[in-house]
Design a protein around this ligand. Structure first.
Ligand SMILES: [Zn+2]
Length: 312
């Protein structure tokens, strides 16, 4: 855990508001969970078995307020009840916590509505904010928070993946680069099956490039196989295409240095095929981020169609 948070737990000197700057929502959420589990734990260890831990893990602790974006933004209506809620004493006598892991999704109005209570939080209240895009956070909020970073260095992440997760050195390096050096993100990738996903994406792209399968159903299956990690699928495919293009023009790869034979083979494809594929994947990723209710299958089908369009 972050040294500042560790120290806050050890001394009992917990500040009113922390803002965790992470490279992904997963990374910030993991850091927030790790910290709050110990705040709510009866002996501050995060034992995961005491009533406080269990209530936190099930997100039904009476002193926990979690604000999540209902749509793509958190509006003033979503946070309106927070000041009154935290003005009450904690039900269970310990701390009460307000978690806004996507604080950068708050509209300026929503941030202003929280400003006063973040400025002077009632005793025994801790605000845990997370953000990827710090530019979206109002300076007035920033100035009231203790700002923390989630990340280890890229090398530290690689070393930890090797030592803690028993990954062979090369895989540890590939995963640490894929996760942009963010250890928590790397672990979440690993848990979602990053290496299997990447293999399936290379297979899917290969099928598209060789246009052996004019019907997209078999290719689509490779994406849908990883339901719940579709964004990681698209991300892994994007990184792979990025590597192919980089290799084609510089002879180097950024992420998948363990996939050189495949990369070299695909680097023989024409630029416009690769760039078009990259664009189609990117568009699909953006569409998914912008529109929560998007039908996954339809979005992927449309993406595959756009990739095939220039190949056939
Ligand atoms: Zn506990």
């Amino acid at each position: 855990m972050n040294e500042i948070l560790e120290n806050a737990l050890a001394t009992g000197n917990i500040a009113g508001a922390y803002l965790i700057a992470g490279s992904s929502p997963e990374a910030t959420q993991e850091q927030i969970d790790e910290f709050l589990l110990r705040v709510f734990c009866q002996d501050r260890t995060g034992c995961k078995t005491c009533p406080g831990c269990l209530k936190y893990l099930h997100k039904n602790h009476a002193d926990l307020f979690v604000i999540e974006p209902a749509k793509s933004t958190i509006s003033i209506g979503d946070v309106r009840e927070i000041p009154a809620a935290v003005a009450k004493k904690p039900y269970e006598g310990g701390y009460q916590a307000v978690v806004i892991a996507r604080a950068d999704a708050m509209t300026p109005q929503a941030q202003n509505a929280l400003l006063k209570v973040i400025e002077e939080p009632p005793g025994h209240t801790v605000f845990m904010l997370g953000a990827q895009n710090m530019k979206n956070i109002l300076p007035t909020i920033l100035s009231r928070c203790i700002i923390l970073k989630t990340s280890f260095s890229r090398e530290e992440t690689e070393k930890l993946l090797h030592e803690e997760k028993n990954l062979p050195t090369l895989r540890a390096r590939v995963l640490s680069v894929a996760a942009k050096g963010d250890y928590h993100l790397a672990v979440s990738y690993l848990e979602k099956g990053f290496f299997d996903i990447r293999d399936d994406m290379i297979l899917a792209l290969n099928r598209l490039f060789t246009a052996r399968n004019m019907a997209t159903s078999a290719t689509l299956e490779l994406f849908l196989k990883h339901e719940g990690a579709v964004d990681l699928c698209i991300g892994a495919a994007l990184q792979y295409i990025g590597d192919v293009l980089l290799y084609k023009h510089t002879g180097e790869v950024l992420v998948s240095e363990d996939k050189l034979p495949e990369i070299a083979r695909h680097a023989k494809l024409r630029d416009y095929v690769l760039v078009n594929t990259q664009q189609a994947l990117f568009d699909c990723m953006v569409k998914r981020a912008q529109c929560a209710g998007l039908n996954v299958k339809l979005a992927l089908e449309s993406m595959l169609f756009h990739i095939l369009e220039v190949i056939l």
